[in-house]
Design a protein around this ligand. Structure first.
Ligand SMILES: Nc1ncnc2c1ncn2[C@@H]1O[C@H](COP(=O)(O)OP(=O)(O)OP(=O)(O)O)[C@@H](O)[C@H]1O
Ligand SMILES: [Mg+2]
Length: 607
């Protein structure tokens, strides 16, 4: 119920549609009762039961409502029969029934029409919020979770919330109202028979809810499984080359089949249980009808306390209760199922980012003097990745990080851009701890070229502009030229408007790298972080890009990570790392002269 309330908050902007729906449903319920009541006078005409009434009946209070209404109808019919004949009277009755049924269905459609906007609106807004949340959550959130799980929540779970919860929303007014109005109509016809129905409703309700008990749990397992195989699809399609190259299709197919088998099993259970709702309530309903037939039949035949036409109408009404009763029991099941999905949706929406800006965080506009890593220690999970790391980067300097794979170089870049927070020590920019700076303003000061070029299914131009506003085509071309990418872009079928495919799949590794360099160049930030930015280029291209980058970095502060040591010789400081610690530090000349690890690495690469 708690989740239901939270989801309901999303309906608030659409409440107007809700009211229109309620209004339509009130009329729907009213006309659906009237449609059965209207049968009575017609049946009476057919059976010629009613004695003609030629005096207009007088209103004598609510207590005699039934007599008044029926007498009025009788009076009208008598009047019609007298003036126009029996067949015409019958025709009028048929016409009345058609009109009432028509109105009932028009209001039914109107109710569904209005609620549609509310349902789809809520679906849209929850999805938007979920997506916003999912791109705002810190990277650390995803290291333990599968991407597919998030995808399942964004697609499947939201859908379930829409179909289950919100269809319930529709039922909340419509079906109970129909039941109440119908009961009222039945009460007017025969209070005694109505009593039987009233006793039976809570009993059926109980039986139905017992059957639906395990639905939530089963639904939750099913959604999780869906997350698993969505993940698998995502990863397999992304890694098709490797899967094919290593003949791993069989392995992946097996894992996938196991997952869909589990999904099959749990979905079968779930659906079969859910499908029990309608037959169970229908059968329970027919039991009620049977009891009514027995008692009502006796009232008509032997007790003569009920006339046949009223009895038939009463049975019609009793059957009319079955539909909403069935709908309600189905809704009970829906809520159970929807609860599991809503829980998964709300769980994401309410996840507190561990990297939220402080309330009094500073919006830093400029980078003025220095970046300082101070006694910094960091771990992703249990093992320390960086320990007691100390480094100063003055404004305008280029600092190169070199060292063996896994020594923590990329981690430094991730900490500086505050994708993660340090565990011990601090990173200070112009003397301010970066945790006291607004993340957006911090990242606006930095340009990042990641180790693996990250591109999107979009045009070359959009991949370079990437989120920046007011960029002219000339600026894009300029950036591409600096990154030595202009030439190959012009050779693409549509130049800058060529779509580069999923993750830039239509480009070579070096081309992808040059695009991501162009992207950082265009952003033109005071601080550049280049993580193996030119590693995929051939020597000549690398030389070209390197020259351009060096030119660009002249008045800029940069942190350059590189394996190919020839590319960092001109750096103001070269930092040699091993196992998360700095083991050597100095200029190229100093380090060569020191004849330490750096010299050894350089010698090895020169060979
Ligand atoms: N998201 C992560 N979760 C857990 N551990 C991680 C994560 N990213 C990196 N690590 C670990 O942190 C250590 C340092 O990784 P990092 O990426 O900083 O190395 P690197 O120096 O950039 O190496 P390379 O030269 O191969 O790029 C590695 O041992 C790695 O296993
Ligand atoms: Mg790295």
């Amino acid at each position: 119920m708690n989740y239901f309330k939270k989801i309901l908050r999303y309906a608030l902007p659409y409440k107007m549609y809700g009211f229109l729906n309620i209004g339509s449903n009130i009329f729907y319920a009213l006309f659906s009762v009237l449609s059965f009541m209207a049968l009575i006078p017609m049946l009476n005409v057919l059976f010629e039961k009613e004695t003609a009434l030629r005096v207009k009946p007088e209103w004598s209070g609510l207590k005699n409502l039934k007599e008044f209404v029926f007498d009025s109808m009788n009076y009208q019919i008598t009047h019609l029969t007298d003036s126009k004949g029996q067949m015409i009277a019958l025709l009028y009755m048929v016409g009345l029934i058609i009109v009432i049924f028509l109105l009932k269905n028009i209001f039914n459609y109107a109710a569904m029409f209005f609620i549609t906007f509310l349902r789809n609106g809520v679906l849209k807004d929850i999805r938007n919020d979920l997506y916003k949340k999912s791109i705002n959550l810190p990277l650390a959130y995803y290291s333990e979770k599968r991407k597919g799980d998030m995808m399942a929540r964004l697609s499947g779970d939201v859908e379930v919330v829409q179909t289950s919860f919100l269809s319930v929303l529709e039922l909340i007014v419509k079906e109970p109202l129909t039941i109440i109005f119908t009961l009222f109509g039945m009460m007017v016809l025969s209070p005694k028979l109505t009593l039987f129905v009233l006793i039976f409703i809570p009993i059926s309700g109980y039986i139905i809810s017992v059957i639906g008990k395990k639905l939530k749990q089963e639904s939750s397992i099913a959604q999780k499984e869906q997350g698993f195989f969505l993940s698998l699809i995502d990863e397999s399609l992304g890694g098709l080359r490797v899967i094919k190259g290593f003949n791993a299709e069989k392995y992946f197919l097996r894992i996938f089949k196991e997952s869909t088998q589990r999904f099959y099993n749990i979905s079968n259970k779930l659906l079969n249980r859910q499908n029990l709702a309608t037959p169970t309530s229908e059968f329970l309903g027919v039991l009620v009808i049977a009891i009514l037939l027995w008692f009502g039949g006796r009232m008509v035949l032997s007790e003569k306390t009920l006339d046949a036409a009223s009895f038939i109408a009463f049975m019609g009404l009793a059957y009319n209760i079955l539909t909403p009763a069935k709908a309600i029991s189905k809704a009970v099941y829906s809520i159970r199922k929807g609860n599991a999905a809503a829980e998964r949706v709300i769980e994401v929406l309410e996840t507190q980012s561990t990297l939220d800006d402080k309330v009094d965080a500073e919006a830093k506009q400029t980078f003025d003097s220095e970046i300082e890593f101070k006694n910094l220690s960091f771990k992703y999970e249990d093992d320390w990745v960086l320990q007691d790391f100390n480094l100063k980067v003055e404004k305008g300097q280029t600092v190169a990080l070199v060292g063996q794979s896994g020594s923590g170089k990329s981690t430094i870049a991730a900490l500086l851009t505050r994708f993660y927070d340090v565990n011990k020590g601090q990173i200070r920019m112009d003397g301010i701890d970066i945790r006291d700076v607004k993340k957006k303003s911090l990242r606006a000061l930095m340009g990042l070229v990641t180790q693996d070029a990250i591109l999107f299914h979009d045009t070359v131009k959009n991949n370079i502009v990437f989120g920046l506003d007011h960029i002219s085509d000339e600026q894009v071309v300029q950036a591409a030229k600096i990154a030595n990418a202009h030439e190959f872009i012009m050779n693409l079928p549509n130049g800058y408007d060529t779509n580069i495919g999923d993750s830039g799949g239509k480009l070579s590794g070096g081309q992808k790298q040059r695009l991501s360099i162009a992207r950082a160049v265009l952003k033109n930030p005071p601080i550049m972080i280049l993580d193996e930015a030119t590693s995929a280029l051939d020597t000549e291209s690398e030389r070209l890009v390197q020259d351009a980058l060096e030119q660009m970095m002249e008045n800029r502060t940069s942190i350059v990570i590189a394996h190919r040591l020839s590319t960092v010789q001109k750096a103001d400081t070269i930092v040699v790392m091993k196992d998360g610690r700095i083991i050597e530090q100095g200029t190229h000349k100093q380090l060569i002269a020191a004849k330490g690890i750096y010299k050894m690495l350089v010698d090895m690469q020169e060979l």
